[in-house]
Ligand binder design. Structure first.
Ligand SMILES: [Zn+2]
Length: 156
C-alpha cells in the first residue's frame, strides 16, 4: 500500500528515488515512507493425535481456514503464533517450525506460516465459532477454498 499522504502532517507525498528503491516523501516534514503491508502469522496446529486444526471464524465467510492473526508492533512472529493459538483456541503452542512465507495478493499482507504442536483444553475466542481437528488429507479438502491456508497446508 502506497502512503500518498503524510501521516504526520497530511501533505501529499511525492515519489523519490532513494538508492535502488523509490520512497514516498513528504514535501513539508521530509518524512519518507516505504510502501506498507502487514505481517501475519498463519499456523498449522497439530494435536497429540497428529490431527490438524481447521476453524471457522464467527465473522466473514463460512469457509474453513487456519488459525491466523496480525503481528503486533515489536512482537516476534513466533510470539505472535503462540498468542494467536492461545487467543483463538485456548491451547498452548510448542515446537514452532517455520514453513515459509506467503504474500497475500488481495491485501498485500505477508503471511508467515508455521507449524506447531498444541495441547491443553480448547476454549474458543469470540472470533472462532468452530474448530475441528482432522487428518491432513481432510484438512486439505476442507481448506481448498481458502487461498493461503490451502497453499500452506499443501506445503507441509
Ligand atoms: Zn509531512
Amino acid at each position: 500500500m502506497k502512503i500518498n499522504y503524510c501521516i504526520e502532517c497530511g501533505k501529499k507525498t511525492f515519489l523519490k528515488k532513494l538508492g535502488d528503491d523509490f520512497v514516498q516523501i513528504c514535501p513539508d516534514c521530509k518524512r519518507s515512507y516505504q510502501d506498507i503491508f502487514y505481517t501475519c502469522a498463519i499456523i498449522v496446529c497439530v494435536n497429540e493425535l497428529g490431527k490438524v486444526a481447521v476453524i471457522k471464524q464467527s465473522y466473514g465467510t463460512d469457509k474453513y481456514v487456519l488459525v491466523a492473526g496480525f503481528c503486533k508492533p515489536l512482537e516476534k512472529i513466533e510470539d505472535c503464533c503462540i498468542r494467536e493459538v492461545r487467543e483463538e483456541l485456548g491451547l498452548e503452542a510448542t515446537n514452532l517450525e517455520f514453513i515459509g512465507s506467503f504474500p497475500m495478493e488481495k491485501n498485500e499482507n505477508l503471511m508467515m506460516a508455521f507449524k506447531c504442536n498444541v495441547s491443553g483444553f480448547i476454549k474458543l475466542s469470540e472470533e472462532v465459532k468452530e474448530v475441528k481437528f482432522v487428518e491432513l488429507d481432510e484438512a486439505k479438502e476442507l481448506l481448498k477454498d481458502a487461498t493461503i491456508a490451502y497453499k500452506v497446508i499443501n506445503s507441509i
